[in-house]
Design a protein around this ligand. Sequence first.
Ligand code: FES
Length: 565
Amino acid sequence: MTQSPTKPPRGLARNTAGYGDPDFALYLRRSFAKSMGYSQAMLDRPVVGIVDTGSDYNNCHRTVPELIEAVKRGILAAGGLPLAFPTVSLCEPSLFPTSMHYRNLAALDTEAMLSAQPMDAAVLVGGCDKTVPAQLMAAASANVPCIQLVTGPMLATPFQGERLSACTDCRRYWAAYRAGAVSAEKIAGIEERLATTAGTCGVMGTASTMACLAEALGMMPPNTAAIPAVHAERLRAAEDAGARAVALIEHPIRPAEIITEASVENALRVLLAIGGSTNALIHLTAIAGRRGIRIDLARLNELSDTTPVLVDLKPTGEGYMEDFHSAGGLPALLWELRDLLHGEAIDVTGKTLADRLRAPEFVDRRYIRARAEPVSPVGGLVSLFGSLAPRGAILKRSAATPALFEMEARALVFDGLADLAARIDDPALDVTERDIMVLKNAGPLSPAGMPEAGYLPIPKKLARAGVKDMVRMSDCRMSGTAFGTIVLHIAPEAAAGGPLALVETGDRIRLSVRERKLDLLVGEDELARRRAAWRKPEVPARGWDRIVAEQVLQADEGCDLAVLR
Ligand code: FES
């Protein structure tokens, strides 16, 4: 019943509570665990923690209870003791002001529980946009052997001769409704059909992108990113994740060995090749930052110019995640990209990428293109720099209108979300389709918490006149399911006193995607005058909001908290 002085502690003997008497602490822990009905034999097993993000607020995690049952089966069969524990669960549409405001809270909670509780390995069960990055950030810092398991994408639903899934189709139909092209009755009917199964959004939005990046990084077993949430295969993947977690105890491979410069660059290549979400760049930057790896936006441009887009899914193409999975999934994509990837990167199986890549037996080329016939010869994302974005900004060129890539135009500025909501549909709004709409005070430091508001709606009067796209720019984010010529993540943000804070309606802005430039064409004297008049936003009085306001970093640093890097 006492701890061995020679062997490192294992299972429940790890991290004993600080009573100053480790043997008593273990004795007490075991006796309390026995109150849950465990036998001594069970308590002697190595422990695999399971991060449980099931929540009645999180539709994307509806299947978490059955996934955990399957993970437990795998752990028990492999000789481990499964112990699930709850952590913060974040669902995109359920949180005010935005789920991004709480990603670091979920990361902090998960890291603390991975570190404090006794476990030899862990399975991280997540899915919705912010949970997977939060779990990977936590794993990178706690450095406990971990396997990521995602809930998986929902299935698309047939509807009047097409298919629907959250949430590109939500945005497409809502834009048509705003433009008067879809009736109130039809938009209400579509609401019933957009998300009909459990799982994460069914397009290549942020959740799907992060699942693909988790697999590309090596933190998830091969070919599990895109298995639909409701397929039996998803449950088998969960059982397998449990068994693999037990295997990691005997032959530990820690996140520090998996999340390396090589695997991060592989993940960036995948992000570009799938035409993935802009949000994923922030999350990957934060995950890499936990291991001291910096993602350089200038390097992103080099990678983007040499990485073709090969996956053809919504929001930029036509397919859904279920199509991607049945087309061959991430292994088929990695095979296409193999000469661009670092083959030495290892994953949770302990194999290098070069060892595990095989020519796929079948690939559906409608969804995963060959290198000779890419969706686009260059990657989906570019970073822009200039006097309006000294530390960079992002444009998803694969979801934008090339005719708007080179322009100099008048700025129409909204001071924040309330101003945007109050004026965007005002018939008297002075706006033309050649203006650049600018939203400020919506970055990570702002009270808005960096929402997905970068997809500024086209003013109703222009939408009704048939305008489908305009240049829009801001310091906030955009849903991975959205599209348009939209410049995001301008850094430093307005609330940090960046040049964006100084832009006024009527200023000229020059955008050049070709030159990767974003400039505010206002003289230095005038900017100095405006800068002198600028006031820092007030810091909230207490709680999480105050911690964020004092600690959160800018987009080019992944919006992590400074103390957590
Ligand atoms: Fe959870 Fe889209 S709302 S993945």
